[in-house]
Design a protein around this ligand. Sequence first.
Ligand code: DER
Length: 242
Amino acid sequence: NPLEDAKRTAAYRAVDENLNVETHKIIGIGSGSTVVYVAERIGQYLLDDKYTKFVSKFICIPTGFQSRKLILDNGLQLGSIEQHPVIDIAFDGADEVDANLQLIKGGGACQFQEKLVSTSSKLFIVVADYRKKSPHYLGTNWKQGVPIEVVPSAYVRVAHDLENLLGAKKAVVRQGGSAKAGPIVTDNNNFIIDADFGEIEDPKKLNIDIKLLVGVVETGLFIDNAEKAYFGNSDGSVEVQS
Ligand code: DER
């Protein structure tokens, strides 16, 4: 499967080039389908004699229930961000990356804990497949809107403000579809609103404007956070943006 191969190649390369087994100890593990290969690669280090003694000291910080399972499934030690508020290196996926390494995240509705981890980390590395690299602005390829985690009781007010104060074309609560009647509920017991702003020329300003709305927990705009992004291509090559 060329898409999965692209994700795996990018993730393996990102771990091999950035994880320093001697100096890194606290490792943030993101959510989604690409970061699966990051946890897989670190798990392989655990089985490699020359790395075992270092890797067994790793403490991995999750970004949600899927991430917790990823850590456990790969034999890695699960830690908490309460215990390790400073993280050495974090790996996570993204929905779109622009030329300034600004991100849209939240396609998997995990962006609150993801942003808590990525902004608590000294180094934050994005792993993605070729579909995620925007040729232009955020919102060029990713058409599902900016994911925004909101307190459930505030979803009507926030949707109204997004459309009437911030100019979103539409702001819709993400539904569970066939998986769950009614809205999806995040790992933090909140709702997600996807707000369509079209192409986003100034994601830094938009992030601040959204954060100021009463009822908003966190936005899927990750500004000045990622250090590098690894994009896996379908031909097996990897492109690194930094
Ligand atoms: O929700 C997120 O931000 C995840 O990182 C997700 O968007 C990345 O998804 P993928 O790795 O499955 O493409």
